[in-house]
Design a protein around this ligand. Structure first.
Ligand SMILES: Nc1ncnc2c1ncn2[C@@H]1O[C@H](COP(=O)(O)OP(=O)(O)OP(=O)(O)O)[C@@H](O)[C@H]1O
Ligand SMILES: [Mg+2]
Length: 239
């Protein structure tokens, strides 16, 4: 069983489905990206996987546990965490306090876990008593990721973790994300930048108009005519 398994998921905001019949799985120790044009349903899928939106059909499994109808607040303690693109830290709380909030659902020693995380997130370690609102945008994104890691998740879902960051800080954030996958975690990243997605991912899914249009190992996806797929042509490439 993969760490995360989404099967035939259909969901939306009202009656009309935005994403239809999407299946996707992630194994621990791998990095999977979802790319696709604006409005393709990438964020909608991420929100459905983590229980913010409800699937109208299909199921979502985490470590063999069916979480499809589980109350959202119980999902992190069952191993699945989510980092939204915006408003992902408490700006009036310090770095340390943000991490403590993240540890709320954790079962183990949260102080030890915080220290463990801060040895990896060195930028945050230097700023632990600083209010999150005074961090740079990139550091705030790192803090949001670090906070999600407090529960020692098996699966982490990140929605555009580097949107709006400088190329240099984008490297920093990706470097951290790659380190997460090395810690027995399945990493699923929604990424706007296709080059980045191909560079860092093991597996890539291309969503087009609410469907998981094409997917495969990054090397195979890199060989496709991506411009055509993004523009809704290339039916021949459909997997
Ligand atoms: N809260 C909402 N209520 C109703 N419709 C929404 C809502 N959020 C998104 N949508 C619609 O759902 C569709 C998919 O949006 P979604 O945000 O999932 O796309 P995306 O692939 O993440 O796009 P982007 O690359 O711009 O982030 C769009 O047509 C969007 O207008
Ligand atoms: Mg989005």
């Amino acid at each position: 069983m993969p760490a995360l398994l989404a099967e035939n998921v259909t969901a939306g905001y009202g009656r009309t489905p935005i994403i239809t019949d999407i299946s996707l799985s992630c194994e621990v120790g791998t990095l999977t990206t979802i790319v696709g044009p604006n409005g393709a349903g990438k964020s909608t899928f991420a929100k459905t996987v983590v229980g913010i939106l409800r699937a109208s059909t299909g199921r979502i499994m985490v470590n063999d546990l069916d979480i499809t109808r589980m109350p959202g607040h119980l999902i992190p303690r069952n191993g699945l965490v989510y980092v939204p693109q915006n408003d992902n830290v408490f700006k009036n709380l310090t770095v340390r306090e943000n991490l403590e909030v993240g540890g709320f659902a954790a079962t183990g020693d949260t102080v030890a876990r915080m220290e463990e995380i801060l040895t990896v997130f060195t930028d945050l370690a230097k700023a632990r008593e600083k209010k999150a609102g005074f961090l740079s945008g990139g550091q705030q994104n790192l803090l949001a990721i670090a906070r999600a890691l407090m529960v020692k998740p098996t699966v982490i879902v990140l929605d555009e973790p580097t949107a709006g960051l400088s190329p240099a800080y984008t490297d920093v954030v990706w470097n951290q994300i790659e380190q997460i996958k090395a810690t027995n975690t399945a990493v699923l990243v929604v990424e706007q930048n296709v080059e980045r997605a191909l560079k860092h991912a093991d597996f890539v899914h291309i969503f087009v108009a609410g469907s998981n249009h094409v997917h495969g190992p990054a090397s195979e996806i890199a060989a496709l005519d991506l411009a055509a797929i993004f523009l809704g042509r290339a039916e021949a490439n459909k997997s």
